[in-house]
Design a protein around this ligand. Structure first.
Ligand code: SF4
Length: 258
């Protein structure tokens, strides 16, 4: 699938989980594609010194360690001791001269703290060079209260612009500035998501699909009727209440699958 994606012009393949390092062979697979960058989203627990040694040579894999904030917030969601472990892993990556980053889930409750210059400056000091801010997108009924408010979202965009100006790092917001890109980037317009079962879905936040890579090639799957419809409507898929446009219109999305 990665070979096909490369043929189609893909230059970035993000590997997320679950925990991708429960399949350590991922490092062997990615070694065959030096022209593709693989951000690998991990909780860091399985990142051994041997793997770090390998990453030092295999520069196309970029470990992205998941944090929720400081120790309290991270351990609360990811388990006791995970934060301390992450800091020691970051130190080891830095010593090995590996390019690495962090991914932060942005909610109504932590947005100010994790976009503050103090928080970022501490992470820059650990050697972190790329920051993914993943806005909380509800995929479960009843969790909508974690979504950023309109005001917080606007402030987040401004705070990220200030961070870009101040710090030597890359700051990526996801879904982020969709309005700037003219609407939803999913379904192959900007990116596409492959589920663990091999189904081709518009986006990690939109688990709907009418086609599986077990049955057809990636090139064919991208032409599925469902994905095409989403792409054709991307201009009208701009959710302004902080969540996902497809989630907000999930009834319409489900009707496309009928
Ligand atoms: S609007 Fe939803 S489906 Fe589209 S890119 Fe954003 S999060 Fe993904």
């Amino acid at each position: 699938m990665i070979a096909e994606a490369q043929e189609l012009g893909t230059s970035i393949v993000m590997i997320a989980g679950g925990e991708p390092l429960t399949r350590p062979e991922v490092l062997e697979i990615t070694a065959d594609f030096p022209g593709i960058i693989f951000p690998l989203f991990t909780n860091g627990v399985l990142l051994t010194p041997e793997m770090i040694g390998r990453l030092r040579r295999q520069k196309n894999v970029v470990p992205v360690l998941s944090l929720e904030g400081h120790q309290l917030e991270t351990d609360e969601r990811r388990g006791q001791g995970v934060y301390a472990h992450l800091l020691s892993t970051m130190a080891a990556l830095r010593e090995s001269n590996c390019f690495f980053g962090t991914s932060l889930t942005v909610t109504k409750h932590n947005v100010e703290m994790i976009t503050s210059p103090e928080f970022i400056s501490d992470l820059i000091a650990t050697g972190c060079k790329i920051f993914f801010f993943v806005d909380y997108v509800p995929v479960q009924e009843g969790t909508e209260e974690l979504i950023l408010t309109d005001e917080q979202r606007r402030a987040e965009i401004e705070r990220l612009a200030a961070l870009r100006a101040e710090f030597p790092g890359l700051f990526v917001a996801f879904p982020g500035d969709e309005e700037m890109y003219g609407g939803c980037l999913a379904a192959g317009r900007g990116f596409v998501h492959v589920s663990p079962e091999g189904r081709l879905e518009p986006c990690p936040f939109s688990p709907f699909s009418d086609i599986s890579l077990k049955d057809v090639s990636l090139r064919e799957a991208l032409q599925s009727g469902f994905l095409k419809k989403i792409r054709e409507n991307s201009h009208s898929l701009t959710e302004t209440r902080g969540g996902c446009a497809l989630w907000a219109r999930r009834e319409w999305v489900s009707s496309l699958l009928q």
